[in-house]
Structures are given as C-alpha cells and as structure tokens.
Design a protein. Sequence first.
Length: 195
Amino acid sequence: MTKTPWRGLLVAAALAATGSGTAADAAATILGGSSAGRDCYLAAEFKRETKASLDTCSRALDLDSLNRRDRAATLVNRGIIHMQARDLENAVADYRSAIAMDPALAEAHVNLGIALLHRGGQDQAAIDSLTRALEMKPDRPEVALYTRAVAHEMLGNVREAYEDYAAAAALAPEWKEPAEQLKRFSVERRKTERG
C-alpha cells in the first residue's frame, strides 16, 4: 500500500497543523476560568516567552479558586508550554496530572499522545491516548488523527496510518500535511473470491 518506507520522522515539523510550526502548537489549548488560568491559556496559545509563561501557569495552579476542570485545563496549557520548550518529561507529567483530575478532558489525551510520540519508543501508548481522545471528540480531531497516523506508521501499521491520514485530510482540507503524506501511499484494489 505504501510507496516507500518512512523513517527518520521529524514529528515536530510533521504535526504543524493549520499554520502552526510545531507539534505543541498543533495541540489544542483549553481555557481555564480564572484570569490567571486565562493568562496561562493565552501564553500557550500564542507561544509567549517560555520562562514567564511557565511562571504564569504555575501561579494560576497555586490559586485555590480554580475548580477541578480549570486546574486540569491549566495543567494542559502548562504542558503545552513545556512541549514548546522541548521539555517532554514535564509536559507528560502535566498531561497525566490533568487526566488524573479530569479523565474526560480530550485535549489532555491528545497532547499526551503527541508528547509520547515525541519521546520515542512509546508509539503504542501514543496510539492508545489518541484513540481515547478521539472517542471524547476533541476540538481538533484532525490533529489527533494525524498524530495517530504517524504513530501507526512508526509501528508498521500501514493500513491504519493511511486511514488516519485520509480522515485528517477530509476533516481539515486546508491543512496540507495530511494530503502530502497520502501521496506516499498507493492503494491496490484486489478482487476477492466469493465463497
């Protein structure tokens, strides 16, 4: 089904969704309810200076006024800032903490899947996290599908990779990367015998 094997994957560049530059940019951010939570969201969304952004998010997490969902959202946003700084260990820790607080937070699962794929050697765990996220209907399912396609391809699951790239391309036709990846595949139709 695929024309050439795909190795030497640069996930950060490949996950550039709808004009974003890195995988962390592609991850959906969610808005915490407090003004500090909002500032953390804005820092993650607009890729503000890392140290100041991390401080903003950490201050928001120190507030007692954040409810459980807003605290989980702020952890996701701080995790995105960690990913932008290439600090995958702290990003994964924040995403896992967010999931422990609010297991139904789809974006936490999407971001965890992206981070696990970046860390390497955790492709199946990334697929599992992204599949859970898709079941929860994330804001940008095309990002989860594309990332899961990359993970499937890393594991040699060519058919699943193709299907996820195609689904991502259908959901976000303005995003060129899934369509570009599909060009590497050729689909063979085989006649089956009827029994």
